[in-house]
Design a protein around this ligand. Sequence first.
Ligand SMILES: [Zn+2]
Length: 207
Amino acid sequence: MRSGPASKANWRNQLCDPNLEPISGNISEVQTAIIGFVPAPLTRDPSETDIAMMRRALLAAEEAASKGEVPVGAVVARGEEILSVAANEREATGDPTSHAELLAIRRASVTIDGWRLTDCTLYATLEPCPMCAGAAHASRLSRLVYAAPDPKAGYAGTLHNTPADTRLNHTLIVEGGLLEDRAATLLRNFFQYRRRRPGKAPETLLP
Ligand SMILES: [Zn+2]
C-alpha cells in the first residue's frame, strides 16, 4: 500500500524482521528501535585489499585537508580494482553535495559506464551522511566500509542505518571501524588547526 500513511500497526510490521519480537510502545520508541536492529559491526578481520583501499581513501582525505577541505575521502572498488577516488570538495566547488562518497559514486559510474555498482564496495573515511548513505543505496553498491563513525550525521549505523534498512528495496553489507583511529585523528587535527588559524590550510595533519 503506497497511498496514504501506513497505520501504526502496519508500520511496525514493516520495520520488523519477521523473526523478531513485535515492538510495543509509541512511535518515538519504535524509531529508536530501528537503530537497534541494524548495528554496524566493526571490521574485525579486514582483508589486505580492504586496508589498502581505506589507506587510499585516507590519502585523498589528507590531500583535501591541505586544500582547506574537511578531510573526508572515499574509494569505490570492485575487488582489487579501484573504480574511483574522491575527496570532499565543498569549498572548491561551493556545492553542498560535493561529499567524497557522492563524488566517488558518480565517478565510479562513469568508469563502468553505468549506474549499477553491484559487486562494488564503497570505502569512506567517515561514516556517510544521510545523502551519501542514500546514494549508496541508489547505486546498488554491495558493501560499505567506513573508518570513523559520525555521531552528528552518520546514517550507516550511528543515527540510522540506511544501507541496512530492510524496508528498502536494496541493502548493503556495512562494516565500520577500519583504520578508525587514523581517520579520526585526521579530522580532529584538521578542526584543531582551523580553530587556531581560521582560513588557513594545514600542510600535513598526520605524523
Ligand atoms: Zn555525505
